[in-house]
Design a protein around this ligand. Structure first.
Ligand code: ADP
Length: 356
């Protein structure tokens, strides 16, 4: 009874929130200056208004200031707990039957992996989310039965690679997106591991992360050039009324968004950049079409958006972290990322407000 009351109250509050704001959220997170940036003394070009937690200003090269607003802005001093506190209601709603997608977008080195994966001392969104899902599902044990399965994959040069399969001594299985009988999309052949506890799941995902760097000359290099996707499928059964739910949560660490000039790179690297460019702009187009409620949503323009089709749009919830660097040396990329994020959210950015 308590759970049912809580659940319907949550649904009511959620529906109210949707009416007010839609179901796409954009959070911006600015990392701290690193040691090199501190010693070069070029300083930060990102400023925060002390009383506001949803806007920031960037000092442009001509000293003008540009203001950006998001659903929430995390500052360099905000820790992983603070980030998860804002994220938790969205991710845990997967247990109430909602499909959820969370992305980390930004230039390489701005903290995408820090936000999603984190470090053993500073656990990120993925770890905290999975821990929370198991905790809540145990709490609701007498009323709901949940079945959780995980998959982990990588999209590199528009090819899908299963990270839960040991690919070292065998040719990589070719994976494609297919439409199921019920109209949803899936990747047949992708490993879907049933997991019974948090520790077991975490070990599995650690091996998936290791598989990510296999075959590349440098782990960092490869991981910044591919999208890494973690999928949690949740099947729920209400033990009182027999009602069943099936939902998916996607946690996505995107490839670095930095632009590489044709002059700087050629061959393999240029091809990689074109693929990344194409898929990130496809993602931007899909989210902005959803935000502006356009009739045609261009899901099929990239593997990434096509695969996520069933979890983007409708009453699915989408959260994008746009990660930025405060450093003057990254100003160009920072403005690009902030403009991209403002565009997907359908929010206009503008010159800074005049200070009184
Ligand atoms: P990306 O995944 O975008 O390439 P990383 O997550 O690897 O970037 O972050 C680059 C470096 O900055 C890492 O050493 C990371 O630990 C550090 N870092 C990023 N964000 C933060 C933060 N909010 N607080 C402290 N360190 C951070």
């Amino acid at each position: 009874k308590k759970y049912l009351d809580e659940s319907s109250e949550r649904k009511r509050l959620y529906n109210e929130m949707i009416e007010l704001k839609g179901n796409i959220r954009v959070f911006c997170r600015c990392r701290p200056l690193n040691q090199t940036e501190i010693s070069s003394a070029s300083g930060s070009v990102v400023e925060f208004e002390s009383s506001l937690d949803n806007e920031l200003q960037v000092i442009c090269s001509d000293s003008s200031k540009k203001q950006f607003k998001f659903d929430h802005v995390f500052r360099p001093e905000d820790n992983q707990e603070a980030v998860f506190a804002q994220t938790k209601p969205i991710v845990t709603s997967v247990l109430d039957g909602y499909n959820v997608c969370i992305f980390a977008y930004g230039q390489t080195g701005t903290g995408k992996t820090f936000t999603m994966e984190g470090t053993p001392e500073n656990r990120g969104v993925n770890y905290r989310t999975l821990e929370e899902l198991f905790r809540i599902s145990k709490d609701r044990g007498g009323l709901m039965r949940y079945e959780l399965c995980v998959s982990m994959l990588e999209v590199y040069n528009e090819k899908i690679r299963d990270l839960l399969v040991d690919n070292t001594n065998q040719p990589t299985k070719k994976l494609e997106i297919k439409q199921c009988a019920d109209g949803t999309l899936d990747v047949p052949g992708l490993v879907q591991e049933r997991v019974y506890g948090f520790e077991e799941m975490w070990e599995l995902l650690k091996s998936g992360s290791q598989a990510r760097s296999v075959g590349s000359t440098s782990a960092n290099e490869q991981s910044s050039r591919s999208h890494c996707l973690l999928r949690v499928t949740v099947k729920g059964e209400n033990l009182i009324n027999g009602q069943k739910t099936r939902s998916q949560l996607w946690l996505v660490d995107l490839a670095g968004s930095e632009r590489v000039g044709r002059i700087d790179v050629e061959g393999e690297r240029l091809k990689e950049s074109q693929f990344i460019n194409k898929s990130l702009s496809a993602l931007g187009d899909v989210i902005s079409s959803l935000a502006s409620k356009t009739a045609h949503i261009p899901y099929r323009n990239s593997k990434l958006t096509h695969m996520l089709q069933s979890s983007l749009g409708g009453d699915c919830k989408t959260l994008m972290f746009v990660q930025i660097s405060p450093s003057a040396s990254d100003l160009g990329e920072t403005l690009c990322s902030l403009n991209f994020a403002s565009r997907v959210r359908g929010i206009e950015s503008g010159p800074a407000r005049k200070q009184a």
